[in-house]
Design a protein around this ligand. Structure first.
Ligand code: ZN
Length: 188
């Protein structure tokens, strides 16, 4: 696996410098109290765990809103978006996978009630000290990564016919009801 993060074209670098830079650390409880919202960009170059899965570095757009919802839950809501270049598990060539992660985190105090009261949220346990925003965003992306990234059927350099030679992946017969499910998945 070759990482080419150091060789971004200069125009790309200029755009990234202009983009609003996110703080590495945040104090969630403080931001919730003041209904803060933050937006900006990270680069995968800063994320060692995620980077292990990538073919090359790319930019990550982050938009988060802090506050208390109607039910009184202190929460972080927003979205993390990226187009990550992964390795196709069929042909081993790079494949760009767009990710659009909805963020919904309910803050809980350490030792407080376990589990989020609202199914829309996952619990984020933290005290008044700062937490790593970088790590938080990286976690969201790691959870959203497809386990077997691959090209669409017509974009992969391994022809589809090849796959039918394997015992494990027989082409679906006509009228096979599972073919519909499979086609639906491929469109994803
Ligand atoms: Zn492929």
């Amino acid at each position: 696996m070759v990482l080419t993060g150091g060789s971004l074209p200069t125009y790309h670098r200029a755009i990234m410098n202009e983009a609003e830079r996110l703080p590495d650390e945040i104090r969630p409880w403080q931001l919730v109290q003041t209904d803060e919202s933050i937006s900006g960009h990270f680069c995968t170059r800063q994320m060692s765990r995620l980077r292990e899965c990538l073919n090359t570095d790319s930019e990550i757009a982050v938009e988060l809103v802090f506050g208390v919802d109607d039910a009184g839950t202190a929460r972080i809501a927003g979205v993390v978006q990226a187009e990550l270049e992964l390795v196709c598990q069929r042909c081993l060539d790079p494949v760009v996978v767009p990710l659009n992660c909805k963020v919904g985190l309910a803050l809980t105090r350490p030792g407080g009630k376990a589990g989020s009261p609202d199914s829309r949220y996952e619990a984020l346990e933290c005290g008044d000290e700062s937490v790593s925003l970088l790590r938080l965003v990286e976690d969201e992306l790691l959870l959203a990564l497809p386990p077997f990234p691959k090209h669409g059927v017509n974009e992969c350099s391994i022809p589809v016919e090849y796959r039918s030679s394997g015992q494990a992946e027989q082409p679906p017969k006509r009228n096979n009801p599972f073919a519909i499910l499979r086609d639906g998945k491929n469109k994803h």
